[in-house]
Design a protein around this ligand. Structure first.
Ligand code: NAD
Length: 376
């Protein structure tokens, strides 16, 4: 059986869906592996390294002979036109809100799996692309903030005087937020953080940051350990608490998301206006609607009062070489469950909960329950 790893076609996407390490493992599963020449260039993985691992170098057209295609991004219509019917395609499909593209995948006859829909259960931890990529995004958010900030983060006591430590406030203490806290602490900042899940408080404290939360806000843990949307009253209490705190911060990193909803608006224009010139806000939720008023996807906005609002997209992709290694391992871990290791053959168990949760299209139809429901 043949497995193909293309070079990503999306502008600015430097990640790749395989690494020399996973190529070796894929060979062990019985696949013949073809990697498109230059596929790893954006992640500092040379063609020769893939070849040395046992892959054959190919061109985009080799997708047509592949039984399995590993990708970072959802295939474009042009790419789909070159795929074989029945081919398994694993990628971050971003299906909701892109139903037309999912339908095109169905029409192309491919079996599409959306890796970001992997259930967050123990068995699937090694396949959790949301965590592996959010972790790096949280790290990079702090590095981006530090680069935009004209002051130093750590306190420096020098013969020429003392530079105070920067105050960093992280909003949303999930996977990305916790890594942002850890990174800011390592750079010597004084870190505070908030979340609406009470359980996050302990995790924040264990990283040496102070948890900021009002008593008025009850625990807003929702289904599956995610946050639920706040009530209007809770939103007001949170806004009051945040407004006073933000005015004193140098750097704010926002990471708040609610499953199936637009990102909650946490930082309003008046809050931004209350910060001193030279402060930096990084909105990691900018692609999902944004936590910060005035943030713009793909740009760094400087407000009238001199606050920079950073809205980089694909932040994990800004650490592409590391992101690819982790992502490739996530894909391998899942693919391994789709293969009969004795026979060294694809053997998808359509009843497996991981398959059911991630499968978008099969036999020419869109099959994911949430998409089928939405279409009905
Ligand atoms: P996420 O990306 O959906 O959201 C980021 C954070 O924003 C969350 O912590 C959320 O509580 C917070 N948030 C939402 N609304 C907010 C608001 N109004 N104000 C402040 N913060 C707000 O979350 P995530 O990082 O993917 O993780 C969510 C949960 O899943 C966590 O409990 C995490 O420990 C858990 N998790 C479990 C597994 C696993 O078991 N395999 C893997 C990863 C994460």
């Amino acid at each position: 059986q043949t497995l193909f790893v293309p070079r990503e076609v999306l502008e600015g996407e430097g990640r790749v869906a395989a690494s020399p390490d996973t190529v070796k493992r894929l060979l062990g599963l019985g696949f013949e592996v073809i990697v498109e020449a230059g596929a790893g260039a954006g992640s500092r993985l040379a063609d020769a390294e893939f070849e040395k691992a046992g892959a054959r170098l190919g061109k985009a057209g080799d997708a047509g002979g592949a039984d399995v295609i590993l990708k970072v991004r959802r295939p474009t219509r042009e790419e789909l036109a070159g795929y074989r019917k029945g081919a398994l395609v694993l990628a971050m499909m971003d299906p909701f809100g892109h139903e037309g593209e999912v339908a095109a995948m169905a029409r192309a006859g491919v079996v599409g799996f959306a890796m970001e829909l992997m259930p967050r259960i123990t068995r699937a931890q090694s396949m959790d692309v949301l965590s592996s990529q959010a972790n790096l995004a949280g790290y990079r958010a702090v590095i981006d903030a530090a680069a935009e900030y004209d002051r130093a983060l750590p306190m420096m006591m020098t013969a020429a005087g003392t530079v105070p430590a920067a105050k960093v406030f992280v909003m949303g203490a999930g996977v990305a937020g916790l890594q942002a806290i850890a990174t800011a602490r390592r750079l010597g900042a004084v870190v505070t953080a908030t979340d609406v899940r009470a359980a996050a408080g302990e995790q924040v404290a264990s990283l040496g940051a102070k948890f900021v939360m009002t008593d008025a806000l009850k625990d807003a843990s929702g289904e599956g350990g995610y946050a639920r949307e706040l009530t209007e009253e809770e939103k007001r209490a949170q806004a009051e608490l945040i407004a006073g705190h933000i005015a004193k911060q140098d750097i704010v990193i926002t990471t708040a998301l609610i499953p199936g909803r637009p990102a909650p608006r946490l930082v309003t224009a008046p809050m931004v206006a209350s910060m001193r010139a030279g402060s930096v806000i990084v909105d990691l939720a900018v692609e999902r609607g944004g936590n910060v008023e005035g943030a713009q996807a793909g740009s760094v906005v400087v407000t009238d009062n001199g606050v920079k609002i950073v809205g980089h997209v694909n932040v994990a992709g800004r650490v592409a070489a590391s992101a690819s290694l982790l992502y490739a391992r996530n894909l391998f871990a899942f693919l391994e469950t789709l293969v009969d290791k004795e026979k060294k053959q694809l053997a998808v168990d359509w009843e497996d909960e991981l398959v059911k949760a991630t499968l978008l299209t099969r036999d020419g139809a869109v099959v994911h329950p949430r998409l089928v429901e939405a279409a009905a």
